[in-house]
Structure formats: structure tokens, C-alpha cells
Design a protein around this ligand. Structure first.
Ligand SMILES: [Mg+2]
Length: 388
């Protein structure tokens, strides 16, 4: 198959020290003895060894600490944190609202996920859903459930990531809730966005002969997860072994700190192009195509040799004895945009360096097909992330 090496643009490069952080965390862990101690050491490392119990400052003290770190960017936010509810100004635009919840042990593993990255990711995955509606995010609420393992410094580290993402997407943190948890960490973010009514993209608008487009490259986050899990197991088996992550900066970065494609939403607006349907790739390309087919009552034909994959994703899949196409079709957590456009709009995007044309929409009766590089049509299977 053809390998497309995506240029690592600034927004794609790994934030400084992710891989190094991980090694630091795990080295720190190795100083501990026993499972519980390891966990505590991990968090202490992220907190730079300072620890203030949340009970010492109380919930109101914690809210004050959080509020001091928050910056507002949107003129439409009339009142943010600090009253019984936030107040948003009137607008001529329609609003979109979306919520995503991340649970420790289900969606993330703190033995290799820095809290700051987790905060960023919790915002990014919600912004990605706003982007998938072709809307622009404006406000967020953030709710945290924290066990007593987490200190004021740990919350500050999570909010450092949330605030970095808020600045990156120009979205306001206007409220939320903080509560005690019996075990583990839960982060729930609700995002509000806005768009002109005619700009909103549903999953249901794909038409026969539309061109299927996808941004960026796929499968990287899944392969990054495989690397992180493997190195964790190697380390747990022998704490003297140091994790080998230097060779995987792109895929581990895709897993730990994804970026929602708001840049594409803004570019589409500048081009005056409204996709006929759109969805973000959170559960794997095949699964998202199935959602569009179901909502639009259409079929699809996509071409194996058109699927965008980064060289590091491709090489890592081979190392794990996996077909790279499996990670592309079923990996998930890429947070790229999958959309369809009318053929007349193709010239507007034809030369875009980061949008790939992977196939076309067909009649529902023709099914959902993957055309392999040997020109064989095989039925697509959606084996994406199963939530339940
Ligand atoms: Mg989505």
C-alpha cells in the first residue's frame, strides 16, 4: 500500500517533553514499592512533589483557585464562573451543545497520561464534536469528580491543560462542578458552540456521488495507545526496564494530546464551502462512515490506497504485527473530520495539503465497500470502540 508521510506541522508536533515526561513518571514510579505506592508516586511526580489536600482549602477555596486561572475570550460570555449560573448574551446564531465524559481506567490511564494533557484532551474531544457540526466553540463547563488521591496541585495541573486548550480554541470556561469521588478521576466537559443555521452540518446530508473527505491522517492514536500499553506492561514486569518511547513521538502524541480540527472549520468558512455531511473520527473511520450511511440512507465506496496514514503509524502497526489499515479503519481517537462534499465544490479543496479524498457516496443498496489496492471490493466492517 501507499504510505503518505504527513509533514509534521507545528500543530502536529508533540508538545515538549511528552515522551520525556513519561519516562520521568515511570522512573519515579520505579522508586516506589508495591502497587499503591507506585500510583501515589506517579501523581506526586506530576505535582512536582508539592501536595496540598483539597480539604485544607475546601470546595469554595478550590473554585476560587480555579477561577483565578481562567481567562475569558468570548464577548458573548456576560458572566462566567462565580454565580449560580453563567450568563450568555443573545445571538443571531444557532447553538450546538455537546458533552463528553472521561473516566479513569476506562478512557485514560494515569500511569502514562500527564494530568495537563488529560485536561487538554477533555476539552479537545468536546471541541471536536462542535467542529463536526461545522460550528465554532464558545463556552465550556467542566465537572471533576476527584478521589482523595488528588490534591490541589493535581487539580491545578488538570486546569493548566484545560486553560491551554481554552486559549488554543478561544473558548470560555464558564462553570462546572467539583465533587468527591470514591475512586478515580472523572472529567466531564460540556461545550457550547455557534454557527449560522445554514452552516450546520448533520450526519444526514450525504448525497449519492458526493466526495468523501477526511482530514489529517488516521490510526496514529490507536498505535500510540498500543505502544504506551506495551511499555507499561514491560515496566510492570521489570521496573528496571526503561520504557522505549523516543521512537514513537508522533503516535504517542496523537494518543495523549489530540487536537480538534477547528482549523479546517475556519478554512471551510473562508472558502464558503459547507459540507453536505460531517462527523468527527472518534471511534474509527469505518464506524463513522456507518453513522453517515445510516443517517443519510446512502452507501459508500472508499479506496484503500487513498486512506491517509502517517509513516510512523504504518511502521508501528507492522511492529505490532497488525495490518496498518486496521488501525486506520477501526483505531479511533483520531479526532479528524470526515465529511462529504458536492462534486462542484471539489476544485475549492483539490489542492488542500491536509484534506484527502478517500471515496464517494453511493446508493444505499450498493452497500459500504472498501476497494482494496488490488481493486477488489470488500464489505466494510465497523469494529470501532464499543462503549458498552
Ligand atoms: Mg462525534
Amino acid at each position: 500500500m501507499r504510505v503518505r508521510v504527513t509533514q509534521l506541522r507545528a500543530r502536529r508536533t508533540l508538545p515538549v517533553g511528552v515522551a520525556r515526561n513519561l519516562i520521568v513518571f515511570l522512573r519515579f514510579v520505579s522508586a516506589g514499592a508495591g502497587k499503591r505506592r507506585r500510583r501515589i508516586w506517579t501523581i506526586q511526580c506530576m505535582e512536582k512533589e508539592k501536595r496540598t489536600e483539597i480539604g485544607n482549602i475546601g470546595e469554595f477555596g478550590l473554585i476560587d483557585t480555579i477561577r483565578e486561572t481562567v481567562t475569558l475570550y468570548q464577548p458573548g460570555t456576560l458572566k462566567g464562573i462565580g454565580d449560580d449560573a453563567a450568563v450568555l448574551g443573545p445571538t443571531d446564531l444557532v447553538r450546538v451543545v455537546t458533552t463528553d465524559m472521561l473516566l479513569e481506567g476506562v478512557h485514560f490511564d494515569l500511569s502514562y497520561t500527564p494530568l495537563t494533557h488529560l485536561g487538554f484532551k477533555a476539552v479537545a474531544v468536546n471541541v471536536s464534536d462542535v467542529a463536526a457540526m461545522n460550528a465554532v466553540p464558545t463556552q465550556l463547563t467542566v465537572s471533576l469528580a476527584l478521589s482523595n488521591r488528588f490534591s490541589v496541585e493535581a487539580v491545578a495541573a488538570i486546569y493548566e491543560g484545560i486553560n491551554l486548550a481554552a486559549a488554543h480554541y478561544k473558548v470560555d470556561v464558564v462553570g462546572g462542578d467539583t465533587t468527591a469521588s470514591r475512586s478515580g478521576l472523572v472529567i466531564s466537559v460540556t461545550a457550547i458552540g455557534e454557527a449560522k443555521q445554514e452552516e450546520i452540518c448533520y450526519r444526514s446530508g450525504a448525497k449519492v456521488n458526493d466526495i468523501i473527505c477526511v482530514t489529517g491522517d488516521l490510526g496514529g492514536a490507536f498505535m500510540g495507545l498500543q505502544v504506551l500499553e506495551r511499555e507499561k506492561q514491560v515496566f510492570l514486569a521489570d521496573p528496571n526496564m526503561q520504557p522505549r518511547l523516543d521512537a514513537y513521538p508522533y503516535v504517542t502524541g496523537r494518543q495523549l494530546r489530540p487536537d480538534a480540527r477547528m482549523d479546517i472549520v475556519h478554512e471551510l468558512r473562508e472558502l464558503g464551502l459547507v459540507p453536505s455531511s460531517m462527523i468527527d473520527v472518534s471511534d474509527g473511520l469505518a464506524s463513522e462512515l456507518f453513522h453517515i450511511c445510516q443517517a443519510s440512507d446512502v452507501g459508500v465506496a472508499i479506496y484503500e490506497d487513498k486512506l491517509p496514514i502517517d509513516k510512523q503509524t504504518y511502521d508501528t502497526a507492522f511492529e505490532f504485527n497488525m495490518d496498518p489499515i486496521t488501525s486506520v479503519l477501526n483505531g479511533g481517537e483520531d479526532y479528524e473530520l470526515l465529511f462529504t462534499i458536492d462534486q462542484k465544490d471539489f476544485p475549492k479543496l483539490e489542492k488542500h495539503p491536509d484534506i484527502h479524498f478517500i471515496g464517494h457516496v453511493t446508493a444505499a443498496a450498493e452497500g459500504k465497500l472498501l476497494i482494496t489496492k488490488s481493486q477488489t471490493a470488500v464489505p466494510l466492517k465497523a469494529q470501532g470502540w464499543k462503549h458498552f
